[in-house]
Design a protein around this ligand. Sequence first.
Ligand code: ADP
Ligand code: MG
Length: 294
Amino acid sequence: MAEPFIHAENLAFTYKGSGGAEDIPAIKDISLDIQKGEFVAILGHNGSGKSTFAKLLNLILEPTGGKLSVAGFDLCDKELSEDDLIALRRRVGMVFQNPDNQLVATIVEDDVAFGPENLGVPMPELRERVDNALLEVGMSEYAMQEPHHLSGGQKQRVAIAGILAMRPECVIFDEATAMLDPVGRKEVLDTIRRLNRENGMTVIHITHYMNEAAFADRIIVINDGSVLMDGTPDQIFARRDELRAVGLEVPQCAELIHRLKEAGIPVGEGKISSLEGCAQMILQSFAKEGASHG
Ligand code: ADP
Ligand code: MG
């Protein structure tokens, strides 16, 4: 197999307490590989270390223990140059929670141009990148608008376009849907899914919404700075009780399957991570019941 895009081995990070405050070991022991093109959801309750992990991935924070390499860069190498850092951040983009903190210009297209312009991308390529990025997030018709007139979901899509205009290979979304209403969340999630499926973008989607994690190829559950689970959505949602023990709930359709099982109804194994899969499991159990009574 090719070298993974992200390789973490016993990764650790401790926030140093200042002024007599205690040190906070936010990341204690994370070992994982993420391949190019994967769509990985990272789940964990508040304070479990998700954002700290994201910040380590593009060197906003420096690891204090273990190994970490991203896009071929050894992030524990103290000799990493400023140029390497810029190259890393161009290849691994980050979208944060609050869209208002990420928009810098007064016109949408200027905002999208900001990143690549700083990288020194000349005209006419800059124009092309901005137009393409806006097209990819479905915001072309808003190019000349003022960002503050947009909805939360639209603002977040502009923020994503600003990252796409830098042509990254991987984008990390740190709770990028958390401040949005249901419509905005769906807009942004659909955009994220399309970028992964159609453009082969490596996506790391940090969320506490189980329904959103269900769309990923793989879910990594982080608890107390360590990896608690790593598997497909079907594998993860089958472990409801362990999830509950760390403050996470499975999606409602999966919860229904678990309750039917508890009630002694013979639902077999199936795709518990999707609504269709759960419906199928229930129908099959009816068919079985019908056969045994008939
Ligand atoms: P999550 O994103 O999963 O909510 P964080 O990575 O933000 O978790 O936080 C992990 C732990 O690190 C928490 O205990 C949090 O209080 C602590 N922490 C986060 N940021 C800082 C910081 N800048 N200084 C000190 N401690 C921090
Ligand atoms: Mg966070």
